[in-house]
Design a protein around this ligand. Structure first.
Ligand SMILES: C=C1C[C@]23C[C@@]1(O)CC[C@H]2[C@@]12CC[C@H](O)[C@@](C)(C(=O)O1)[C@H]2[C@@H]3C(=O)O
Ligand code: AKG
Ligand code: FE2
Length: 369
């Protein structure tokens, strides 16, 4: 591990983007509860809307999701309490709970290929039962007792973060599979569990990530200097640099702080107004492959807010490492061209984890016409 002297990391220039992105005017939205209550017609309409959003943006919002709002609030409070701990407590707690790269707690370094962002995070593997792994001894608390009890926020003392994340993962994975079924229906697939079953397999390679983007108050001053309100001026710091997610699907929930931006088909960036009661879905690289490019793996990034912290939790639904991925024959069509060669998820992951965040990870798997 590279150890930097105190303050040294702060001096490393973070990749900043200068122009503020305008908000995405019509975020595509699907209401799962409404779809379920309106019979076959309602469901078919929701499936069509989901497929259209995945084709156009690779991104949409889910409402009526059935995940209790109080669970979302409890996870958010516990995450905020965890990130408020002393640096050494966060590091030692997570090295005990989630040992080994890429899992555990980290700050500013994203992946192991030199990417930096104004973010600290937890990355946990997800087991077959839908629970976040790392709990080698089920009775052990997630975190060891912090050095200074008084410094620990009371919200943190009252709950077990690990249990909460497990409860959250189970609920979100269930909802993710409903969404994956709608995607398959929207594509006209006969087997509507063709995507969901991959995420439900015993050895599915799914993950949970909890990100915290502390505010950068000095940005406010810079933004005012360059035209005010953060509109078009300088003073933007990258929290999480632009990238696509490798997995099948990512399901994100954040607090009410802005920051998430997505790239549209023409490459322009738009910001996504936060909505703490809803989830946002990203199509990942693996789903772009399975759909032969019909669904778009969305490029996205997070910009840091000047006054408020952003806390986000993302469930990444991935297939088992042994799974062979290739465009589904029904989506290639007779005489059609398969845009990607066949590969295993293990092969893709090991190639992807050698790349930098912003790299195009799918180009190595494209077929030449
Ligand atoms: C720079 C990197 C971080 C990442 C692994 C990679 O080499 C390229 C993909 C990155 C990403 C993006 C989505 C998820 O946050 C993530 C956990 C994943 O599966 O792929 C991260 C990886 C990471 O943070 O380790
Ligand atoms: O934190 C966020 O809002 C998004 C982060 C992200 O894209 C990721 O962790 O892959
Ligand atoms: Fe992402």
């Amino acid at each position: 591990m590279v150890v930097l002297a105190k303050g040294e990391l702060e001096q490393i220039a973070l990749p900043a983007v200068q122009k503020a992105a305008p908000p995405l005017a019509d975020v595509p939205e699907v209401d799962l509860a409404a779809a379920a209550s309106r019979g076959a017609e309602g469901r078919a309409a929701a499936a069509r809307a989901v497929a259209a959003a995945c084709q156009e943006h690779g991104f949409f919002k889910v409402t009526g999701h059935g995940v209790p709002l109080d669970l979302l609030a409890r996870v958010e409070n516990a995450a905020a309490a965890f990130f408020a701990l002393q640096q050494r407590d966060k590091e030692s707690a997570m090295s005990a709970v989630a040992p080994g790269s890429p899992f555990g707690y980290a700050s500013k370094r994203i992946g192991s290929n030199g990417d930096l962002g104004w973010v600290e995070y937890l990355l946990l593997g997800v087991t077959a039962a839908g629970a976040s792994t790392g709990d080698h001894s089920a009775d052990e608390p997630l975190l060891p007792a912090p050095a200074d009890e008084e410094a620990v926020p009371s919200a943190w003392r009252r709950c077990s973060f690990r249990d909460l994340l497990n409860e959250y993962t189970v609920a979100v994975r269930r909802m993710t599979c409903e969404v994956l079924e709608l995607m398959a229906e929207g594509l006209g697939m006969e087997e509507t569990d063709v995507f969901a079953r991959l995420v439900l397999e015993d050895d599915s390679d799914s993950m949970l990530r909890v990100n915290h983007y502390p505010p950068r108050p000095e940005l406010k001053h810079l933004q005012q200097l360059h035209g005010g309100g953060g509109g078009g001026g300088g003073g933007r710091v990258t929290g999480f640099g632009e990238h696509t997610d490798p997995q099948i699907i990512s399901v994100l929930r954040s607090n009410a702080t802005s920051g998430l931006e997505i790239a549209l088909r023409d490459g322009t960036w738009v910001s996504v107004p936060p909505d703490q009661g809803s989830f946002f879905v990203n199509v990942g690289d693996a789903l772009q492959v399975l759909t032969n490019g019909r669904f778009r793996s969305v490029r996205h990034r997070v910009m840091v807010n000047s006054v408020r912290s952003r806390v986000s939790v993302i469930f990444f639904g991935g297939p088992p490492p042994r799974e062979t991925l290739a465009p589904l024959p029904q989506l290639v069509g007779e005489g059609g061209r398969s845009r990607y060669r066949e590969f295993t998820w293990r092969e893709y992951k090991s190639s992807a984890y050698r790349t930098k965040l912003a790299d195009n990870r799918l180009c190595h798997f494209e077929t030449t016409s």
